[in-house]
Write a protein that binds this ligand. Structure first.
Ligand SMILES: Cc1cc2nc3c(=O)[nH]c(=O)nc-3n(C[C@H](O)[C@H](O)[C@H](O)COP(=O)(O)OP(=O)(O)OC[C@H]3O[C@@H](n4cnc5c(N)ncnc54)[C@H](O)[C@@H]3O)c2cc1C
Length: 478
């Protein structure tokens, strides 16, 4: 079994009186959970079935990393509060910080958003780089041990308490048990935790899904010279049009590259054929991204994924949730990725974990059930936002939204149009979209008043891209 980091956990039990947490999954949620837990236990063992690459490189357990991964400011601030210096680490490794909406050329459902100054930002780089910087910092913390090439196969314990986990070396198949005061399942969207709890005798965990049939297709291009300051460019779907939702985003990433992701819901999916990539972009509501990449050199083939369903597992609704176990990150809730929320929810959930442990300590009775309720709350707003929109696309599968959500949808559509010309509304929208404010921010009286006044003629112009930005791509002013 391969280990790295400090003091490898060779035996299965914490030594007398020592405390141990086991984190299943060394993705963003698992790493940030480990950074928090290590302040409260003697040892944190992070179990991941992958061998971790030394650089910002792909790995099997993170297939979604081939696609655009924007980290919003609400999530980035949460990471920075847990791992001071992470932001500098990303930027010095090549990530681009783009102020919002200044550094964004975006066609929303109600028109092009102006590039006014704002308080929010996003980080543009590959997902592999985001993870690499966090991983290096977390594994350098004394007391954190990574068991890589190691798969979690079962939970230990009974209906009242999870006491550890059984793991298996992915290479040799050798099994081992790891006892723990707290097991955190952060094994991502394929998590089997719900089933493993039933193996301990617990009832089935209620699960909900909303599936718009969204497909993602991504290709990387060489960015034009001198384009380091190029904005993120996004053409979003307009749900009011009634057809499948189609969109795309161009993300400048480290290494002088542009990562372009296209997406389409059921009936409007992009294809994995290289020859169909640019035509898909050209047929969107605006062909801007097709124009921008028309002369760019492709550096990869097209990568495709269909793993985009919104799925929520309601562990907190178990009649008597067990002690010693919580699920977080994608293991708890996954969201349609076009809203760019998953990483930020994972980071903010780690802050919830930090606050709960600071109040109660890792061995406090009732910690895990209470914490699971709080983690569920952190996922709730992003879940409502993503599913409330997705269920309306043709062929979407899932429970119909409640009547209140339908009312809210009409309001949000008017708000999206108003945001193209009203600074108060645009600011509120950016705050919510970057997970820097709750969804209720959109209902604040000062915002609602502007929405009631409406958009006027705003948003009807062309893209706010400058002549010099277009010139970098050999294009004339629009
Ligand atoms: C196509 C796509 C695009 C996305 N774009 C964005 C975006 O722009 N912005 C954003 O914020 N979010 C985005 N997301 C969401 C984001 O990828 C997830 O929210 C995020 O990865 C969640 O982190 P996690 O740690 O919970 O899970 P993951 O990052 O998936 O990590 C899970 C880890 O668990 C390991 N593992 C799994 N099973 C086992 C096992 N049995 N034993 C041991 N280890 C195991 C895996 O190897 C992996 O390392 C996107 C998602 C998709 C699918």
């Amino acid at each position: 079994m391969r280990t790295s980091g400090e003091s490898p956990a060779r035996d299965s039990r914490p030594h007398d009186g020592r405390t141990r947490a086991v984190v299943l999954g060394g993705g963003m949620a698992g790493l940030l959970a480990a950074a928090v837990l290590v302040r409260h236990v003697d040892e944190v063992v992070v179990v991941d079935r992958d061998l971790m690459p030394a650089g910002p490189l792909p790995r099997k357990g993170l297939p979604q990393a081939r696609h655009a991964h924007l980290l919003m400011s609400g999530g980035a601030r949460a990471v920075e509060s847990l791992l001071p210096g992470a932001l500098d680490g990303w930027v010095s490794a090549g990530a681009r910080m783009r102020a919002l909406p200044t550094g964004l050329v975006a066609l929303g459902p109600g028109g092009w958003f102006p590039r006014w100054p704002g308080a929010q930002y996003l980080l543009a780089c590959t997902r592999d780089l985001l993870d690499l910087v966090v991983r290096a910092r977390v594994l350098a913390l004394p007391g954190v041990v990574l068991r890589e090439g190691t798969e979690a196969v079962a939970l230990l314990g009974d209906v009242r308490r999870v006491t550890g986990v059984r793991v298996r070396d992915a290479g040799t198949g050798a099994a081992e048990t790891l006892e723990a005061d707290l097991v955190v399942d952060a094994s991502g969207r394929g998590s089997r935790a719900a089933r493993r709890l039933t193996e301990l005798g617990l009832p089935v965990v209620h699960e909900e899904t909303v599936d718009s049939g969204l497909v993602y297709a991504t290709r990387i291009f060489r960015a034009p010279p001198e384009s380091e300051r190029f904005p993120v460019v996004s053409v979003q779907a307009d749900p009011r049009l009634g057809g499948p939702g189609q969109g795309a985003v161009l993300v400048p990433v480290e290494g002088g590259r542009w990562l372009v992701t296209t997406s389409g819901t059921r009936g409007g999916e992009p294809s994995g054929e290289a020859g169909e990539f640019e035509p898909f972009l050209r047929a969107l509501r605006d062909p801007l991204i097709a124009d921008l990449i028309a002369r760019a050199e492709p550096l990869t083939e097209v990568a495709l994924t269909r793993s985009t369903v919104n799925r929520r597992r309601f562990f907190e609704r178990l009649p008597a949730p067990p002690e010693g176990f919580v699920a977080m990150g994608d293991a708890l809730a996954t969201f349609n990725p076009v809203y760019g929320q998953g990483l930020s929810v994972a980071a903010q959930s780690a802050v919830v974990l930090r606050d709960a442990l600071a109040r109660r300590g890792v061995r406090a009775p009732g910690l895990a059930p209470d914490l699971q309720r709080r983690l569920a709350r952190a996922a709730s707003g992003p879940w409502d936002l993503a599913t409330g929109e997705d269920i309306n696309y043709p062929g979407a599968i899932g429970a119909p939204p409640p009547a209140a959500a339908k009312l809210l949808r009409g309001y949000v559509q008017r708000l999206m149009r108003t945001a193209t010309g009203d600074p108060v509304v645009l600011k509120a929208l950016m705050d919510v979209m970057t997970l820097s404010a709750p969804l209720t921010e959109l209902l604040r009286p000062s915002v609602a008043l502007c929405v009631a006044r409406g958009p006027g003629r705003a948003g009807r112009g062309g893209p706010p891209i400058t002549a010099s930005e277009l010139a970098l791509c050999g294009l004339p002013p629009r």
